[in-house]
Design a protein around this ligand. Structure first.
Ligand SMILES: [Zn+2]
Length: 260
């Protein structure tokens, strides 16, 4: 849906809501999120656009109000690719809540962070877009809706949380409640309940990483993400380990050959 020159994703009028259990298949959920994030990061034009508008590697959703929305250019193949990927994800899991009290933001992947060392100058840029951004957000509070741009940041943020966590700060888990059950004769139990897509995903990831002690790693050979119980695992398969080592040996031999 397009409104005031911004593209949004919202349920169709005849859409039926369904309940999703994020704990049912955590590995599947995490891999689905990572593959959406990878589609987004593979769009070099879009990533460069984000990098240019970011401040110290952090990009906030308000930048989509500053200029023409990147996603209104329907002739751009990157736009089509990202839209189709986001729609397929929404079909399966729904969309995150567009929260009034905080801006959607994300840390850019390392390879794009390099492009963002400058801090944008405030002097000349008029801040009228901020007003439009905030009033739009307030006016849509009771609607199930998310701007396409903010939705992409949602995935970049999760990718960062799942893989390389670049901050050691404690992260607040939003919209969660903790429960404690201590019945006689039974082992005390801690339970948590989350409301909304993002809190549910974070809760699922907490179970994944602290309960099941699993990790998401990127294969040193093929670059694919995979899930492993051992944090030191560097390759997605024995095949990748072998081919990486063979390539290294070959490189070494070649180098030695030239030196001789
Ligand atoms: Zn691999």
């Amino acid at each position: 849906m397009e409104q005031d020159k911004i593209l949004y994703i919202t349920p169709a009028k005849d859409a039926i809501s369904k309940e999703i259990d994020p704990i049912a298949d955590i590995d599947g959920l995490i891999m689905d999120i990572i593959s959406v994030a990878q589609v987004i990061t593979s769009c070099k034009g879009y990533m460069r656009f984000l990098a240019k508008e970011s401040e110290n590697s952090i990009v906030t959703e308000r930048i989509f109000w500053k200029k023409d929305d990147f996603f209104l250019d329907r002739d751009n193949p990157e736009v089509t690719l990202i839209l189709n990927t986001l729609l397929a994800f929404s079909e399966k899991y729904g969309i995150p809540e567009w929260e009034l009290d905080r801006d959607v933001k994300a840390i850019l992947p390392l390879e794009y962070s390099i492009l963002t060392q400058h801090a944008p100058s405030d002097e000349e840029s008029p801040n009228t877009f901020l007003k439009t951004f905030l009033s739009t957000k307030i006016s849509m509070q009771d609607t199930i809706i998310i701007p396409v741009g903010s939705f992409t940041l949602f995935f970049l943020d999760l990718l960062n949380i799942f893989t390389i966590n670049r901050t050691s700060k404690l992260k607040r888990v939003e919209h969660c409640r903790l429960y404690f059950r201590n019945e006689p004769g039974k082992f005390p139990e801690l339970a948590a309940c989350a409301v909304g897509l993002k809190p549910s995903i974070i809760l699922a990831f907490i179970t994944f990483s602290t309960g099941d002690q699993k990790h998401v790693r990127m294969c040193k050979n093929c670059g694919k993400y995979f899930i492993t119980p051992d944090q030191r695992t560097e390759y997605c398969s024995p095949k990748c380990r072998t081919s990486y080592n063979t390539a290294q040996t070959r490189k070494r031999q070649k180098r030695n050959g030239i030196e001789l």
